[in-house]
Design a protein around this ligand. Structure first.
Ligand SMILES: [Ca+2]
Ligand SMILES: [Ca+2]
Ligand SMILES: [Ca+2]
Length: 180
């Protein structure tokens, strides 16, 4: 695994632990799910429902694949095993990425505006400065929008253990110390 991927894994664990008690549980995913859906007030009910379902599936997949000691929670040590078999998480991450992108593109034109992107990524817990840098790295159009496809691919890359030097690494900037 690349050093960058190690940092990305640590950061995403700290964000997924929405109630901050150091382990991942079902409640973390319902908390974040509500927060993210609330950040997209213009989304259709179907898009909101899809996002909720994607968060539920995310949790169910983690529990099924990673709960080595069977206590119904995912510790950080258990979580890091996700990088050993990324193919098992790919369909879940892809659906999560597409549900999130759809939430940010309520008019369905395949583009997302910076403020909508900022709202959703802030709801997940990323830092504003890092979100701006990420948006710039995605190569926005002159009217400051990025392609939803670019974002989806960026999310999938973020979870890929072998990727380094990708746009998503900007999300880790300045967060490595707190996430370690
Ligand atoms: Ca937790
Ligand atoms: Ca466990
Ligand atoms: Ca749009």
């Amino acid at each position: 695994m690349s050093t960058e991927a190690t940092r990305r894994v640590a950061l995403v664990f700290s964000l997924l632990d929405a109630n901050g008690n150091g382990v991942l549980e079902a409640v973390d995913f319902s908390l974040m799910s509500e927060r993210v859906v609330a950040a997209a007030p213009h989304a259709e009910p179907a898009a909101r429902e899809r996002m909720r379902a994607a968060f539920e599936r995310y949790w169910t997949t983690l529990l099924t694949e990673l709960d080595a000691n069977g206590d119904g929670e995912i510790s950080f040590e258990e979580y890091t095993a996700c990088v050993l078999s990324p193919e098992r998480f790919e369909p879940t991450i892809t659906e999560f990425a597409e549900a999130l992108a759809a939430l940010g593109d309520p008019d369905g034109d395949g583009l997302i505006e910076r403020p909508a992107f900022m709202d959703l990524m802030t709801a997940i817990g990323f830092q504003r400065a890092n979100i701006d840098t990420l948006f710039d790295a995605f190569g926005p159009t002159p009217d400051d929008r990025v392609r939803v496809r670019t974002w989806v691919e960026g999310i999938k890359d973020y979870y890929s253990p072998d990727k380094a030097g990708i746009p998503g690494d900007h999300l880790v900037a300045g967060a490595a110390d707190t996430a370690a």
